[in-house]
Structure formats: C-alpha cells, structure tokens
Design a protein around this ligand. Structure first.
Ligand code: AHG
Ligand code: MN
Ligand code: MN
Length: 334
C-alpha cells in the first residue's frame, strides 16, 4: 500500500519548482495549513462554543461581522504576522492593510485574505470557507511596503488557495503548476493529498447565481440564464449555496459556471476583486477553467483599491465562453 502524502510533505517536495527558493514560501504555506486547522476546529464546535451569531461590530463594508469572521481574521493575522515570510496582509475584515514587522520592510510576500467566506451561512450550519492569495512584494526588501504591493493584478499571483469547511475540510491550492486538493483527517490532525491535479470539466450542467439578481443584471447575463433555462435536454441544473468557496468547489469538481453579476444598484457587483475573485480565478485557470468580469479576463484587471468590487463569472471554459458570446451578441444587437 502506498503511503499517503501529507500537505507538509507535498509543500516540501514541490518547493524546488520555485527559482531561488529561500524557504519563506514553504514556511508561509505551512503557516496557512496550521491556521486552517485552528479555524476548522472553531468552525466545527461553533454551536457549542457560544461563537455563533453577530459580534456586534461591522467591517469596512458596513456588513455585520460574525464572531467567526472576527476569530478567523485574528487567527490568520496572528499566525501570518508571527512568521518571517509575510511583509503585509490585506483582509476583508480590516479597512487598511496590515504591515508586518518593521513597517513591512522584511518578508518577501504579501497576502490577501477573506478569512471567513459565506458568513451568512455560519448560523445555519452550511459550508463556509477561507480564500487566500499570495504575491511577491514589489517594493525592494528593506523599504516599507506601499499601496502598489497590495494592488497587483491577479496574473501576478504566486499562490492562490481556499479552505472549504464542508462535510469534510479541504485545503485546495495552486502555485502555478496545477491545482491540488488536501482533505483534513480530523483523527490525525493532518491534511492528506486527496485530489491531485484537479481539473475543471470543459463543460458542466450547473449554473450558480442568486436568482433575485437576474432581473437587474446586464442583458448578456439575462440572455445566458434564459439560454440555460431553455436548454431542455441538456440537463442543466441551478445550484446556489451562497458561500462562494462552496459553490466554486462544487463546480470545479462537477463542471459548471458561477455568476455574481453587476446590477443596476451595484454597478460592480458584490464580490471583492483582490481576495475573492482573483484567487479563485487563478485556481480556475490552473485547473483548465477560466474567469471573467464584464469586459473579459479578470486576471489582467489592475486593482485600484484594496476592497474594490468586481462582477465575477468563473467556471468551465465552454460555459464562460458561452456567456462571452452573449456579451458579444448584446453589443451587436443592443
Ligand atoms: P463574505 O461572507 O466573505 O462577506 O462573502 C459572502 C459572499 C460570497 O460568499 C457569496 O457567494 C455571496 O456573498 C452571496 O451573496 P448573496 O447573498 O448576495 O447571493
Ligand atoms: Mn467572501
Ligand atoms: Mn468574508
């Protein structure tokens, strides 16, 4: 019987892929694995530990913070700032980015994170997640970090990943050489490689959108959804959980498209470009899928601010291209 590969072994074995490895990225990925286990523990016992419900505070988007939002944010902040690899962190739960150590002079990497995704599902025991993204710093080592270090296009990501706290807990990540998924064995307390080289099916039968948004979304999105509904015989199914990580994870395995459109009241949609859309777009691309905003490839988009929102369409390549055809049609016919 072959031996199961732990996350730690996998990280060590693949670090040689990186030119000029210093071990900092290896340590950083290891730290994320540790933080994931701590947050997972708290997620699993949330109903018992008195940490369900609102924290009484609001985040930078005026959204009510849940106690687990705050716990997850603090856990990742504490662990990532204590390591020597991270110079700065941009988090959904913090208005401004956090500089580690001496004003971010040390550490080669910048982390963007949505510590707890799908917060509205916490209290009803529905799957939630964490999304993270890692960039190399632009500002030279020894100088304080600047805005530009946090506002890099998604195409410059070095690592992107998510943790899915589902019926089992998984950590899925890419370093730009495919996507690998690890499942936590709670008895042993280790993530084991369970989904090597994950691949988006080229097409799928699932479309995921908040139905209440369709009427106020762009004409192209409406046409695409009408097309899905009318494709009788194609076996299409609408599936929407309301936790981005969970919807994405299901579509990655089964094949499908996730849409969070711009609407008449929210011209840039709801999802945040730097720590929700871009990491999942990079994972999708590495798994043979693709991701767009209203204009095209989202990974080339230049972020203008930390909490910028963006329309987001991600999934199986044929389905996202089907949506693109609807954009082209509406441009022609109005
Ligand atoms: P978060 O909990 O990090 O604020 O993210 C919530 C996001 C995302 O997870 C989900 O897909 C989306 O909000 C759901 O929004 P709607 O309730 O508008 O459908
Ligand atoms: Mn989120
Ligand atoms: Mn969140």
């Amino acid at each position: 019987m072959s031996k199961a590969i732990t996350l730690q072994e996998f990280i060590m074995d693949t670090q040689a892929q990186f030119p000029f490895v210093s071990g900092q990225l290896t340590r950083l990925l290891t730290d994320i694995g540790v933080a994931a286990k701590i947050v997972n523990h708290q997620v699993n016992r949330a109903g018992l530990a008195g940490i369900l419900g609102a924290s009484g505070s609001q985040n930078t988007h005026d959204e009510d913070q849940q106690k687990l939002d705050v716990f997850a944010d603090r856990t990742f902040m504490r662990i990532l700032t204590a390591g020597k690899s991270v110079a700065g962190i941009g988090s959904e739960e913090q208005e401004n980015y956090i500089l580690c150590g001496d004003e971010g002079r040390q550490g080669k990497y910048v982390v963007m994170i949505d510590p707890l995704d799908g917060s509205s599902n916490i209290d009803v025991n529905v799957s939630i997640g964490t999304i993270f993204s890692i960039y190399r710093r632009i500002t030279p080592l020894g100088e304080p970090l600047k805005d530009k270090d946090f506002l890099q296009p998604g195409s410059d990501q070095v690592v992107a990943g998510y943790i899915h706290y589902g019926s089992s807990t998984m950590l899925v990540y890419t370093t730009g050489s495919g996507v690998n998924g690890f499942t936590l064995d709670p008895a042993v307390g280790e993530f084991f490689l369970s989904h090597p080289q994950m691949a988006f099916p080229d097409s799928g039968t699932i479309y995921s959108i908040n139905d209440a948004l369709i009427d106020s979304s762009p004409e192209a999105v409406k046409r695409f959804i009408v097309g899905c509904r009318e494709a009788t015989g194609a076996g299409l199914k609408a599936r929407y959980i309301g936790s981005l990580v969970t919807d994405f994870h299901r579509n990655l395995i089964k094949g499908g498209i996730y849409l969070y459109p711009s609407t008449t009241s929210n011209g840039q949609g709801k999802l945040r470009l730097t720590y929700e859309c871009n990491p999942l777009a990079f994972i999708a691309q590495q798994a043979g899928g693709t991701a767009e905003d209203n204009a095209g490839d989202i990974l080339t988009k230049q972020p203008k601010h930390l909490h910028e929102r963006s329309p987001f369409y991600v999934g199986s390549v044929n389905m996202v291209h089907g949506l693109r055809s609807c954009w082209l049609d509406t441009e022609k016919t109005g």
